[in-house]
Design a protein around this ligand. Structure first.
Ligand code: CP3
Length: 344
């Protein structure tokens, strides 16, 4: 079974010889080879530099043998096409946070293919590089709620209280912003599929900050709309929610093909609850990659076993690799996945 077939079948819940493996944030500062390409280049310039972005996207495959390549970019990139001014320090920082109806209206509705054409050029080049080896290419987008969190708050935050203040005091403004971002996300992901992405992942990093009721009111309808409007016959959809143990049932109702779980959920229990309704991705704690290789291998075997009640499994972490993630730990994770056999 080739890696593209394995990945697509795992996402759709069809039988596979073993789970495929890749890691969120697999291209990043933990790799000395990434730091070399990145040297002296601001992060956003890297995202726009097609040659560098292609090179660092391919590094984890060439150096570590991961079985999927994800576009190197950032969830904030498509907002640049709408006229949003932002920087990274190291997370996103907005020049002017957005808090009013007039500011939401001022976001330019633009076709992402015109707003950020380099993203699609990176995908087209990656697909050409990967087609011979049959390695699947993944596209991604930030989910509207998480993009809104940065736009309203202006930067990362522990509580995102400005965002929640808007939600409770001026719901119509936040609703208008989410509607605008939902249209953007659908257009952006469908254009990525058009440019060669074979699977797409939606990152809702901050949706887990909401209560189950608020998540159902503000986030679930957005996920459902995106799942309904994507060309999923061509590319299955993976939905990631960080710190989302309390909203797993609502994640299942999103209609996504794969639910990407963080490490706070116990895989066995989550897989039982999900059952045949979706595949699962995850969910080793990224910090656990600091353990000795044989412990990492044991966790990989346990995860693959625990995920069996779900209809399919993609081995991954519960969140992205960190700048201090040991390369040896990533290697052990990938090797252990490849050593897994078919279900007993
Ligand atoms: O997975 C990959 O290898 C693809 C590339 C990718 C990046 N960001 C590159 C990046 C992806 C999929 C993302 C998604 C992203 N970006 C998310 C969702 C996933 C998650 O982590 O929850 C979020 C919330 C962001 C916003 C963001 N971008 C933050 C909070 C930061 C700073 C955190 C950090 O790692 O320092 C970034 C910067 C960023 N995005 C880096 C990379 C490789 C580090 C920049 C650098 O090289 O200095």
């Amino acid at each position: 079974m080739d890696p593209t077939e394995r990945m697509l079948r795992a996402c759709r819940g069809e039988p596979v010889d073993r789970p495929p493996v890749w890691l969120m944030r697999q291209a990043g500062r933990y790799l000395p080879e990434y730091r070399r390409v990145r040297e002296g280049v601001p992060f956003l310039a890297m995202c726009r530099d097609v040659e560098r972005a292609v090179e660092v996207s391919l590094q984890p495959w060439r150096l570590l043998g991961v079985e999927a390549v994800i576009l190197f970019s950032d969830i904030m990139v498509p907002l640049l096409g709408m006229g949003v001014e932002l920087d990274f320090a190291p997370g996103p920082v907005l020049a002017r946070p957005l808090r009013s109806a007039a500011e939401v209206d001022a976001l330019r509705p633009v076709d992402p293919r015109d707003g950020v054409p380099y993203v699609f050029e990176i995908l087209r080049q990656l697909r050409r590089e990967l087609v011979g080896a049959r390695i699947p290419l993944l596209g991604f987008a930030g989910a509207p709620f998480t993009l809104a969190a940065y736009l309203v708050e202006g930067r990362g935050s522990r509580h995102f209280s400005a965002l929640k203040r808007l939600m409770y005091r001026e719901p119509a403004v936040l609703r208008a912003l989410l509607a605008r971002l939902t249209d953007l996300t659908v257009a952006y992901l469908n254009a990525q599929i058009e440019a060669g992405a074979q699977v797409v992942q939606l990152f809702d990093t901050w949706a887990g900050l909401l209560s189950p009721a608020d998540y159902r009111a503000w986030v679930l309808p957005v996920h459902r709309e995106i799942a309904a409007k994507l060309d999923r016959a061509r590319a299955p959809l993976i939905l990631y929610v960080n710190d989302g143990a309390h909203v797993l049932d609502a994640m299942i109702e999103s209609g996504a093909d794969v639910l990407s779980l963080d490490h706070r959920l116990e895989m066995a229990e989550a897989a039982r609850r999900i059952g045949r309704r979706a595949s699962v991705q995850g969910n080793l704690d990224p910090c656990a990659l600091a353990a000795p290789p044989e412990r990492i291998a044991a966790w990989v075997r346990e995860l693959a076993d625990a995920a069996r009640p779900a209809r399919g499994h993609v081995l991954n972490l519960g969140h992205g690799c960190l700048p201090d993630t040991p390369v040896e730990g990533v290697r052990a994770f990938v090797e252990a996945a490849k050593a897994l056999g078919p279900a007993a």
